[in-house]
Design a protein around this ligand. Structure first.
Ligand code: MRU
Length: 344
């Protein structure tokens, strides 16, 4: 099986993005060589998923240096523009800011090459951290486990093996996973289009369900764990993820099924004290009343379309990171992991 590569770096030139809007029907790479093209791709979800947005952001700073030059002003303006494209996933502004600070500390003639190298290292780190995270997460699942996941937290969302899907993949490779249920993930169908595609490639037995069937599936007792990614985790453990995660967490708690969040420490925003201060992206109302060129709702009807919701820390059994597993109380456990502790 060939690995999914959602983003390829051509140092000094451009990046090539697997256009996730076209999946699963078409595997088409887009050449991105300008900041504007990158911002369009991020806003349209051609590239998506918190850790991959971090990588795209780091690459964006390298693209900016090649396209617009390496003065302080040019790089600062590019950073502000890229970081503002989607508000919820903290990896995006964090990676852009880190790349900017790294470049500003260098003499101007060295910045462009250094930013491309920085982006390459960021990509390599994604691969390493996903593997480490999966190694911590897989043992949490019981033998013969069936899991339920939401949205897409696979290779398409990180550039490595994924976070939640990385754990699921590792458990499958170790022989402990029996089945994976995947929600469709309305309105943009990341589960039906992307996770289902990845699960099929991995050969993992899978079942797709409408988001609205999750509580009734949990009530059957067939699911042993719910596992998802996150876009931003507050310092106290409250976790923002794809809209619908909160209601999955409520249904899982009602049925005694643990909910695990799998995310690298770059997704933890230690400056954000709790979920109430996580910025939630609201998207175009037309995404709810149709898909692509097809519409089923009357034109002009109002729609409520938050892209993410926040699951409070007390509904989360553990947060799985590349440095170990944070268990309740999540706030102090995350702080310990950040400080360098390794918790198995
Ligand atoms: O709107 P999206 O598709 O970018 O939302 C993605 C998610 O909610 C993922 O679960 C999250 O980013 C984690 S990806 C490892």
């Amino acid at each position: 099986m060939t690995e999914v590569v959602p983003l390829r770096i051509v140092p000094g030139e451009s990046i090539h993005l697997l256009d996730q809007v076209q999946l699963p029907h078409e595997e088409r790479y887009l050449r991105i060589a300008t900041v504007d093209a990158l911002c369009e791709a991020i806003a349209a979800l051609r590239v998506r998923g918190a850790p991959l947005l971090g990588l795209a952001g780091a690459c964006g700073m390298a693209i900016a240096a090649t396209e617009r030059g390496t003065t302080d002003d040019a790089l600062r303006l590019a950073a502000t523009t890229i970081a503002a494209t989607r508000p919820t996933a903290v990896d995006l502004p964090a990676a852009v800011t880190a790349a900017l600070e790294f470049a500003l500390a260098l003499p101007e003639p060295e910045r462009e090459a250094a930013l491309w190298a920085y982006a390459g290292e960021y990509a390599a780190r994604r691969v390493r951290e996903d593997r480490a995270l999966a190694a911590y997460g897989a043992p949490l699942l019981p033998a013969g486990a069936a899991v339920l996941t939401h949205c897409n937290a696979g290779a398409l969302s990180t550039g490595g093996i994924g976070t939640a899907l990385g754990v699921i993949r590792a458990a499958w490779e170790q022989g402990t996973l029996a089945h994976c249920y995947a929600t469709e993930t309305r309105p943009l169908l990341q589960g039906a289009r992307l996770t289902a595609w990845e699960l099929a490639r991995l050969g993992i037995p899978a079942t797709l369900l409408p988001d609205t069937a999750a509580a009734s599936l949990l009530a059957t007792g067939r699911v042993h764990a719910v596992i998802t990614g996150a876009d931003r985790i507050a310092a106290n453990g409250d976790s923002a993820n794809k809209i619908g995660t909160f209601q999955l967490a409520l249904a899982a708690a009602r049925h005694g099924v643990p909910l695990y969040i799998a995310a690298p420490l770059t997704t933890v925003d230690f400056d954000c004290p709790g979920g109430a201060t996580i910025p939630i992206e609201f998207r175009d109302e037309r995404e709810v009343g149709g898909f692509g060129a097809t519409r089923w709702a009357p034109e002009g009807l109002a729609a409520y379309n938050p892209a993410f919701d926040v699951t409070p820390d007390d509904l989360i059994a553990a947060i799985i990171t590349e440095r170990g597993v944070a268990r309740p109380p999540l706030g102090s456990a995350l702080a310990a992991l950040r400080g360098g502790a390794t918790v198995a």
